[in-house]
Design a protein around this ligand. Structure first.
Ligand code: FES
Length: 250
């Protein structure tokens, strides 16, 4: 884990209220892997850093894809190229892609595309077959990496299947060697209730409010089948069926 003052290369709105920021950040980008995150200080007035998924890396650069949902991310969205921000990372465990499996099934809901894009891109470059089920509210959708088979759903029916992306999971499970997901908590909880996924390994990335990001404040504690865990240090990637969902506040 490194604390870095990183220069912003670009920061632009790529979808309504969603920004893509590229940072010059070699020490973090060289260590990062899909599923990890960084904690970003968002100005003087915001006490707590914001956890943001690592979205892409390359050429000593690091990308963050983030939704503007509060004071901290509003401050971040107003930063300009050349400004510097204080970044801590890489943090968390990240996804585990086993060497043998060839067919990966990824399920992304909304801004959950941020870490799964990175995972999909790396997996395709490793020669794996990647199917990405990607659900959004409407046609405002982020592009998926080259080489990925995308299956789209929208709640308003403007692109792909009309409905929730989780409804499509059963028909794509056959042939999937590993399953990964990231999205809003209700989506993940919905997956936890699906009989088709009860006996399967499904790696999910949890997006939670965090205080410190590295295991000292206990603000991100959840209950699992293996006891209390801290999302920042033990996660954010967990087995879907190991989480005691009844104890998680949505
Ligand atoms: Fe502080 Fe996890 S955010 S322990």
């Amino acid at each position: 884990m490194k604390q870095v003052i990183a220069a912003i290369i670009s920061n632009s709105e790529v979808l309504p209220h969603v920004y893509l920021m590229w940072l010059e950040c070699p020490s973090i980008s060289q260590e990062a892997r899909p599923g990890q995150f960084v904690m970003v200080r968002c100005g003087e007035e915001t006490v707590l850093r914001r956890p943001l998924s690592i979205h892409q890396t390359g050429d000593d650069r690091l990308a963050l894809l983030y939704a503007v949902i509060g004071k901290g991310t509003q401050w971040l969205a107003a930063r300009q190229p050349g400004d510097e921000i204080d970044v801590l990372g890489p943090l968390g465990n990240g996804f585990t892609v086993l060497p043998e499996p060839q067919n990966l099934l990824l399920v992304a809901g909304g801004i959950g595309i941020a870490p799964l894009y990175y995972l999909a891109d790396m997996a395709v470059k490793d020669g794996k077959q990647v199917t990405l089920l990607y659900g959004t509210a409407n046609k405002d959708r982020y592009p998926v990496p080259a080489g990925v088979t995308e299956v789209a759903s929208t709640e308003d029916g403007s692109v792909g299947y009309r409905g929730m992306i989780t409804e499509l999971i059963p028909q794509y499970l056959e042939g999937a060697d590993q399953v990964f997901a990231c999205g809003p908590l209700p989506m993940l909880q919905n997956m936890a209730n699906m009989p088709e996924l009860k006996e399967r390994s499904v790696q999910i990335s949890l997006e939670m409010r965090m205080g410190c990001g590295f295991g000292v404040c206990y603000s991100c504690t959840i209950k699992t089948g293996h006891g209390l865990k801290q999302v920042c240090k033990d996660g954010p990637v967990f087995e879907l069926n190991d989480i005691i969902w009844e104890e998680i506040r949505i």
